[in-house]
Design a protein around this ligand. Structure first.
Ligand code: VGL
Ligand code: ZN
Length: 199
């Protein structure tokens, strides 16, 4: 069952890119490909109700403190203009795309970026887009549940949005066992509406 949409509810499709959603991607989130048909169903429901659909895309330079080889924690993934950074080929892409991590700053949240050295925060285009559209409620679907979906949800709540996360529409990296469970509890505590059960 898809969520309820209207023009003040935006569907945000988070990072459904090859590196996360394909078994041979560089940072494969187990089961990630199963989110794509669910996302397409939500996109169709949102479109039918006149709700905005916005996509985020992890989009890194070759060298960034986000990557293990440069001092961070992740394998190289979603390098700009590569196969890994492209959206999953089955995903229906029909709406604005907000890229994050573009300039080497850490971008887990779709709303904000952070300089890993100075800690300085900056904004992406997402908040402006949502304000211009008069959005008050956001539905988040995509990858990964314990990183980008989590941070986007927390930022959304801080910014005053009602935040809905359909749990079957995400998958978790679980760098540490229990991260999925901890994230779910944290989001619930922070005021997000979590729908259904994690896969
Ligand atoms: C993400 C790990 C590294 C995400 C991005 O979008 O969830 N996770 N970069
Ligand atoms: Zn990344």
């Amino acid at each position: 069952m898809t969520q309820a949409y209207d023009p003040t509810t935006a569907l945000i499709v988070v990072d459904l890119q090859h590196d996360f959603a394909e078994a041979d991607g560089n940072l494969y989130v187990p089961g990630g490909e199963q989110v794509v048909p669910l996302a397409n169903a939500e996109i169709e429901a949102a479109r039918a109700a006149g709700a905005p659909v916005i996509y985020t895309q992890d989009w890194h330079p070759e060298t960034t403190p986000h990557f293990q080889k440069d001092g961070g924690i992740w394998p190289v993934h979603c390098v700009h203009d590569t196969w890994g950074a492209e959206f999953h080929e089955d995903l229906v892409v029909d709406g604005p795309v907000v890229r994050k991590g573009v300039d080497g700053r850490d971008g887990y949240s779709g709303f904000s970026v952070r300089d890993p050295v100075t800690g300085e925060q900056g904004e992406t285009r997402l908040g402006h887009l949502l304000r211009d559209l008069g959005v008050r409620r956001i539905v988040l679907i995509g990858l990964a549940g314990d990183y980008c979906v989590r941070e986007t949800a927390l930022d959304g709540l801080r910014l005053g949005y009602e935040v809905v996360v359909p749990l079957e529409g995400t998958r978790f990296v679980e760098l540490q066992e229990g991260d999925a469970e901890r994230t779910i509890a944290e989001l619930r505590e922070a005021g997000a509406t979590l729908v259904g059960a994690a896969a």
